[in-house]
Design a protein around this ligand. Sequence first.
Ligand code: BG6
Length: 462
Amino acid sequence: MKRFPDKFLWGGAVAANQVEGAYLDDGKGLSTSDVQPEGIFGPVINRSGDESYTKDVAIDFYHRYPQDISLFAEMGFTCLRISIAWARIFPQGDEQQPNEAGLAYYDRLFDELERHNIQPVVTLSHYEMPWGLVQNYGGWGNRKVIEFFQRYARTLFERYSRRVKIWLTFNEINMSLHAPLTGVGLPQDSSLAQIYQAIHHQLVASALVVKACHELVPEGKIGNMLLGGLMYPLSCQPDDVFETLQQNRRWLFFGDVQCRGAYPGYMQRYFRENNIKLEISEQDRAALRQTVDFISFSYYMTGCSTADQASHEAQRGNIMSMIPNPHLKSSEWGWQIDPVGLRTLLNMLWDRYQKPLFIVENGLGAKDKVEADGSINDDYRISYINDHLVQAREAIDDGVELMGYTSWGPIDLVSASKAELAKRYGFIYVDRDDQGNGTLARSRKKSFYWYQDIIKSHGEKL
Ligand code: BG6
């Protein structure tokens, strides 16, 4: 097979808090992302002063979306993954009525996409929630937040049901274990029991909005979103292999609940052995039985795992306790590049769940050099995405049902981990640096023309 299927969706993915800026415009409330301006592992900062941070303006997508969407259309995008900022719609999170100005903004955005025949793929919550829900209710630690989230989701389904047919619930829901404020609105030093209780509330909320989507959006499809953190055994010692199975279950557990509708046995043992006693009502169990229509995930890298953690302590990366794989090269940010891992992961998820899959994030964060004539020759980005798409095509040939591919950050944006602009993912360059200098002007990189060609040829030119 050389060509991707005709109905395959091609595009890119962004998140509200990493592109929009306009962080207080049109009645928006503060979100967890606004009070954590240095990134998802950074401190919480009181935002009452005059200080300003990179994400406050980001790439000003809030005002410049018409130009950006027309550039996406020029590349041939058939879909664009965005997220809606919950705090634009319910500024504090617990209001009875939504903020009309926030809803109207996304109406305009969807109008623009429609004009260019680009189908929106919308994440309900991408790494942020209204700060008011954290301050006044304790974030997802409080069961009441399920109700507020349902009100928010139902508002969106009702308003946009005609134009948005593909929805995602929580971005990288498994990241709550590593960045609890970003994921579930809990302090970094929360206990595992508190974090899993908050995650439980989120899983119930996710299942309830799947049901609401089916009621309110005719022909709509709604999926979950996982960080695809595939781990390999560091050696073939049986203990390493078993430890790796357990490590993979730390994140696959989310998929198991969202796709199979119940907590798996291995998690019950994990909770028992870690003295985690969750409050799960019969109603919760019934809600969880409502499973997602498809599985979406991000994929950037793989890592290794061993039963002998102590002797490898120093080598561990900061994401998901991965130990580097000696056979792989890394990006400038130390993320190991493994295109074949994408094929393995696609096959593994397909074998496990037999539900359609959607790669909604993949890409290379790198420093780009602008040449004297303004050109940017990002061959490293082209080769990264090319090699991953080749493996995605192989997986389709293996029998995997793959809905589409949205590269992460088709336009440069603010990174999630450290809120940097220096780490660029885009096919489109944005003239802005980490000190806030630059005109915010957009320009096409070499990869822009390459991706355009790939989409046009349905992947034949890979
Ligand atoms: C994913 C997130 O974890 O990875 C995105 O869903 C994020 O929000 C992306 O931007 C890349 O991470 P970073 O830290 O390079 O921006």
